[in-house]
Design a protein around this ligand. Sequence first.
Ligand SMILES: NC(=O)c1ccc[n+]([C@@H]2O[C@H](COP(=O)([O-])OP(=O)(O)OC[C@H]3O[C@@H](n4cnc5c(N)ncnc54)[C@H](O)[C@@H]3O)[C@@H](O)[C@H]2O)c1
Length: 283
Amino acid sequence: MEIELKLAVIGAGTMGSGIAYASASSGHDVFVVEQDQKLLDQGMKRINDYIERGVKKGQLDKSRAEALRTSIKGTVDFAKACKNAEIVVEAVFEDPRVKEQVFIILDRTCPPRTIIASNTSSISITKLASATRRPDKVLGLHFFNPVPTMKLVELIKGDRTSEETVITASKFVQSLGKTVVQSADKTGFIVNRALMPFLNEAIKLLDEKVATPEDIDNAFLLGTNHPMGPLHLADFIGLDVVLSTLRVLETEYGSCFSPAGTLVRLVGEGKLGRKTGSGFYGY
Ligand SMILES: NC(=O)c1ccc[n+]([C@@H]2O[C@H](COP(=O)([O-])OP(=O)(O)OC[C@H]3O[C@@H](n4cnc5c(N)ncnc54)[C@H](O)[C@@H]3O)[C@@H](O)[C@H]2O)c1
């Protein structure tokens, strides 16, 4: 699919940097917005790391890498990034007040035709849309980490999202070589709603000394053909992320999502998985 969109990505953290890189390498014109110059420099470095990785893996040649470096523009000025944007993807902190504030600014600075997508993992799209005067042009696009490699995007319609917005956003996602699945605006959407209790139950097997970490993971590798065991996967996602997602699901759906004791303990000890060098396993 050949579409070339003008895009603004708000927040250049883990997700925003991946979304910016994936979009620019698929031919879109990308502006990245951060809170201040220092955070912007850090975000642009994350994007540059993706470019370097692309070169190392042979996915990008040197001239394409250089073209990407110059085509992804960074700014701390919302108005500059948004004035020509056709789609904005918001990827700021998972905090309803921060996101609502950003949506109010985006609504003021983007032209009326601009679609505003949130990468939120848990906040209601209908609620975010109600902070704007264009609820028909607001939707959720939930990317997965690491964005350049993960092929799925959950698309979430708010109460008033128009079909035209869904069609344009789906074409954008497909242009990145990714597949859209649609979810209702219910906490956890599809993947986290089903994955988090699965990971949590695997950790409860440890709590109850039913099996060792290695045997729990091997059971799923060999018994159900999962590419990665649940404890290994939890370490990869980040135990803090797993815990905070379970807390959100627990608040919404009740105690069936209450986090396992070992998970709470490891996070309390700062053992967050791969990123800190230890979790269920050492790295
Ligand atoms: N990390 C994941 O695995 C993952 C997966 C799917 C979805 N998400 C969602 O993506 C969003 C971002 O998560 P993340 O992990 O990239 O977070 P992160 O903390 O790595 O990055 C957030 C970035 O947003 C910036 N930011 C905050 N307020 C801003 C503002 N007002 N204007 C501009 N920039 C601002 C921060 O400076 C930071 O760099 C969250 O909604 C999260 O739930 C995360």
